[in-house]
Design a protein around this ligand. Structure first.
Ligand code: AMP
Length: 221
């Protein structure tokens, strides 16, 4: 049931923490957009826009796309009429992004209700990401062990052949985890200080993780 106040939630966590899976479910349940910075970037890369061309090299290496590019992209998205409520997945990832976001949301009168950080150990992340497949048409994510498509390696929604993201190769994953750890240390401390942070265990069945998130939302809203 959508609540009266649209929910505004940030999801933090390393790549492979399950942010996308949880964000999609929350988006359906609350009737609010799932704004995934990685998905928006991949759309730009696929359409070969100027922004996509600029971002591609960073993404393929597992490095962060520069803050100014990310800030422009997301600050525009959260100002659209359908974004009274939203789940932000993958943004912010740095303090300059967090500061720009809170200024923008204040300007829009759409402050964040809650920041959920999903904790998952690195060994498990490498395993999770090596089984991950993506539909290049609709961006739906699958996992060959945990959330396989109905038919071998094609998308349930549109029949497109699934692909492995180039940045999900094991070496790139380890690099992404290091980049994540360095860049986000301060972020969690910041959201903790302003009283918005809830840290949850992101391991186990996705249904169980969902339940933990639902309880945190209930307690915060
Ligand atoms: P994701 O799908 O969230 O894992 O993002 C895939 C890639 O997109 C990352 O490895 C980065 O190269 C880039 N990216 C996504 N979100 C951000 C962000 N907030 N800041 C910088 N780079 C980002």
């Amino acid at each position: 049931m959508p609540s009266e106040q649209p929910l505004r939630l940030l999801l933090l966590g390393p790549p492979g923490a399950g942010k996308g899976t949880q964000a999609r479910r929350l988006s359906e349940r609350h009737g609010i957009p799932h704004v995934a910075s990685g998905d928006l970037l991949r759309e730009h890369v696929q359409k070969e826009t100027e922004l996509g061309k600029e971002a591609k090299g960073y993404m393929d290496r597992g490095d962060y796309v520069p803050d100014d590019v990310m800030i422009r992209l997301i600050c525009e998205r959260v100002g659209r009429p359908d974004a009274e409520g939203f789940i932000l997945d993958g943004f912010p990832r740095t303090m300059p992004q967090a500061n720009a976001l809170s200024e923008r949301l204040e300007e829009l009168g759409r402050p964040v209700d809650l920041v959920v950080a999903l904790d998952v150990p690195s060994e498990l992340i490498v395993e999770r990401l090596s089984g991950r497949r993506l539909c290049p048409t609709c961006q739906r994510a699958y996992h060959m062990t945990y959330e396989p498509p109905a038919d071998d390696e094609v998308c349930d929604e549109d029949g497109t052949e699934l692909v492995t993201r180039p940045d999900d190769e094991a070496d790139t994953v380890r690099h992404r985890l290091r980049v994540y750890a360095e860049a986000t240390e301060g972020l969690r401390a910041h959201y903790d200080e302003v009283g918005l942070l809830v840290v949850l265990d992101g391991t186990g069945d996705p249904e169980d993780v969902s339940e933990r998130i639902d309880k945190a939302i209930e307690a915060a809203t």
